[in-house]
Design a protein around this ligand. Structure first.
Ligand SMILES: [Zn+2]
Length: 247
């Protein structure tokens, strides 16, 4: 298609380096796994491999909250804390696909430990397993689910309230840090645990304002409800971009 590669929505993809190997996947316990080749062999379909949060960012850029913005950030909350960046119409990949690694930013050196042994990192405060574990352990109710914990906080349970306030504050600090570094027009907050925003919005915005650089204006935040098929949409957009650029 003549001129397609000059389309502003595709321009960034020319510099994307989509590796066929999963370097590290802590959630799945994979290291240096040639996943693209394995999938291709199993289903006999050309396969593109990319980071999940970057794929969600591509969806936002083409079809979501990022439409009309040349620079925005996507911050996700769930089992971990993730970040995808679009700067000057380009989806940032970083060397070897490593960019937006905000999950272990230190929030408070007296805080709880994460599974990597960091004290008080963002993930130790605001990932859904950390929130659930912190509340369930403190009040000795191991059966509680993450959503049970959110309901307790919404009802004003003092322990759940404190943990969710700390989680919201940690998330606000992460978003402020991302905004301070990249100066986005918009930060989209999403991910499978983004509904926690409903019970920690006040702490989130207080911390966001406190940590935003004094010379910058207020950070514009859009909360994007998450559905599980967003992962599939991310994969579809990633494959589509690759197909359009390599036809
Ligand atoms: Zn950590």
């Amino acid at each position: 298609m003549p001129g397609l590669a000059d389309d502003p929505y595709l321009r960034y993809a020319r510099v994307r380096e989509i590796a066929p190997v999963v370097h590290t996947s802590p959630f799945l316990g994979w290291s240096q796994l040639p996943l693209a080749e394995l999938v291709e062999r199993a289903v006999n379909v050309p396969t593109v491999l990319d980071n999940d949060v970057r794929a969600l960012t591509a969806v936002q850029q083409w079809f979501g909250e990022g439409v009309g913005h040349s620079s925005f950030a996507l911050v996700t909350v769930g089992a971990g804390i993730g970040c995808g960046l679009v700067i000057g119409d380009r989806l940032v990949t970083g060397q070897s696909g490593a960019s937006g690694l905000v999950g272990h930013l230190q929030i408070d050196d007296r805080g709880p430990l994460c599974e990597r042994g960091h004290r008080g990192c963002a993930r130790a405060y605001a990932s859904s397993p950390s929130i659930r574990r912190s509340i369930a352990t403190t009040i000795a109710r191991p059966e509680l689910t993450f959503d049970d914990c959110l309901a307790l906080a919404a009802d004003g349970h003092p322990v759940a309230r404190r943990v969710l306030d700390e989680a919201g504050a940690a998330l606000g600090q992460v978003v402020a840090t991302v905004a301070n570094i990249t100066g986005p027009e918009l930060v989209v907050l999403s991910g499978e645990s983004v509904h926690m925003y409903d019970v920690c919005a006040q702490a989130f915005h207080t911390a966001l304002a406190a940590h935003t650089h004094w010379t910058a204006g207020p950070v514009r935040v859009a909360v994007k409800p998450f559905a599980f098929n967003e992962w599939a949409r991310g994969a579809a957009v990633t494959a589509l971009q690759h197909l359009l650029l390599h036809r």
